[in-house]
Design a protein around this ligand. Structure first.
Ligand SMILES: Cc1cc2nc3c(=O)[nH]c(=O)nc-3n(C[C@H](O)[C@H](O)[C@H](O)COP(=O)(O)OP(=O)(O)OC[C@H]3O[C@@H](n4cnc5c(N)ncnc54)[C@H](O)[C@@H]3O)c2cc1C
Length: 412
């Protein structure tokens, strides 16, 4: 089989690249190969599938008509297992091979499992694919107690869903606080208190020493020797880029596939974008920034480059952005929480929080809880390097209003 443009993956980066290609080249053969057996969906919807708010069949990002209308061949159930760049060829698990002129790797990331004695012998769940979400929803229906290992965004989302389903939930997190990668301890403490008030046991600064099967569930022994038993175990201890199938390809990787500012890898005619790619960080170095807006932007740049779009703009650098709702409350985190030479303005109350980081009059980061700011506007202020010096006091006092006013003048 062959295709002028070949894309591996069918999620945000892949779909955005396909759109960008079709804007320039309406007819060139374009194929999406994806391991998933379903029409494309966003992993961000999975917590809502787990809670039952969304149904698996109602959440497709593109339907069959879209692929037909845009002359895109969509090939589900295609698990790519090897890349031979010398022959411009991919091999699938089925043995089938695909020849390309231009290839995009948009294979995202997969759950990373911790090294815990006994883990491989107990039944446990992860949450990255639609099948994972459906399995977890079924298991929740039968469980009365659960352990969530890892208090990142995915673990905390799942813990909330399970608590709302009247399951006794224990969250075990190695870091001293929940969501440590996103919030400062004061903010995390607000989130932890909210979970505790809603009946979730939060064991921070703790980890599994070992785990063993107990009936249909598990018994975990923590590092301090205490034990926790549960019907259901969910492991949410981070993700790693899906690069295993590239091992013998000669592609350069570090934490992910290394790309330049146009999402090109070191291999000729091979691009990478999204959670699998390690690209320019806004404050230097190369980073994997596993968020949806990043995958969309990188996919668009890669697709434009693959189709020789003369107007393709380089990637400006990754800035973290996360919005998180918990028990009817809202948390937002954009950019960094500190850094050399930066100044911090903090505010808040018992149940709210605001943390603004500025450097040389420029916004470096902002995190709030129950103090709404538009994350997209803050993201743009950082990316555009907007000088806030003339309005600094005003911005610290009211980032939302000041940011909106500034962006209404800058947005083009
Ligand atoms: C539960 C959950 C909640 C999230 N919530 C948020 C949020 O609120 N905000 C936010 O910004 N981000 C969120 N994220 C992260 C966000 O979903 C990702 O950043 C985004 O999906 C990355 O898109 P991607 O296209 O790079 O890769 P992915 O979405 O990971 O898709 C990878 C694609 O590659 C395919 N694939 C993988 N390996 C192969 C192979 N060998 N052969 C063929 N196909 C393959 C997969 O089937 C899939 O189609 C969340 C993630 C999860 C799991």
């Amino acid at each position: 089989m062959q295709s002028k443009y070949l894309i591996v993956g069918s999620s945000h980066a892949a779909l955005e690249a396909a759109t960008a290609i079709r804007l320039i080249d309406a007819d060139g053969a374009l194929t999406l190969l994806t391991r998933d057996a379903r029409l494309p969906y966003s992993p961000t919807i999975l917590p809502y599938v787990v809670s039952g708010r969304s149904q698996p069949d109602n959440v497709v990002l593109r339907d069959e008509a879209y692929f037909k209308d845009n002359k895109i061949a969509f090939v589900p159930g295609a698990d790519v297992v090897a890349l031979d760049p010398a022959q411009s060829r991919l091999r699938l698990a089925s043995g089938e091979t695909w020849q390309y002129e231009r290839l995009l790797i948009a294979t995202g990331a997969a759950p990373m499992l911790p090294k815990v004695a006994g883990l491989k012998d107990v039944p446990f769940h992860v949450l990255r694919s639609m099948d994972d979400a459906i399995n977890l929803r079924q298991a929740i229906g039968q469980a009365r107690s659960a352990i969530v290992l890892g208090a990142g965004l995915i673990g905390m989302h799942a813990a909330e869903n399970m608590a709302k389903a009247k399951i006794a939930v224990t969250v075990v997190e190695l870091q001293p606080h929940a969501l440590a990668g996103y919030f400062e301890p004061k903010a995390s403490a607000i989130i932890e208190r909210t979970f505790a008030r809603n009946g979730v046991t939060m064991l921070m600064g703790q980890t599994f020493q070992s785990v063993q099967r107990q009936g249909a569930g598990c018994l975990a022994t923590l590092a301090d020797g205490t034990t926790v038993a549960a019907d259901l175990l969910l492991v949410c201890t981070g993700v790693k880029p899906n690069t295993g199938f590239l091992d013998a390809s000669g592609i350069e990787t570090d934490a992910g596939i290394l790309v330049d500012d146009l999402m090109r890898t070191n291999l000729p005619n091979v691009w990478a974008a999204g959670d699998v790619a390690q690209a320019r960080g806004f404050w230097g170095g190369k980073v994997v920034n596993g968020i949806l807006p990043n995958a969309v932007e990188q996919g668009r740049i890669a697709g434009a480059g693959m189709a020789d779009d003369a107007g393709v703009q380089p990637f400006p650098g990754a800035v973290p952005l996360n919005t998180y709702s918990f028990f009817g409350q809202q948390a937002i985190s954009v950019g960094r929480s500190g850094g050399p030479g930066s100044e911090v303005a903090e505010g808040g109350s018992e149940d709210s929080y605001r943390h603004i980081v500025l450097k040389d009059g420029h916004l470096v980061g902002i995190a709030t809880i129950n103090d709404f700011v538009d994350a997209g506007i803050m993201w743009q202020l950082i990316l555009r390097g907007t000088d806030l010096s003339p309005v600094k006091a005003e911005f610290i006092a009211n980032p939302q209003l000041t940011g909106r006013r500034l962006m209404s003048q800058l947005w083009r």
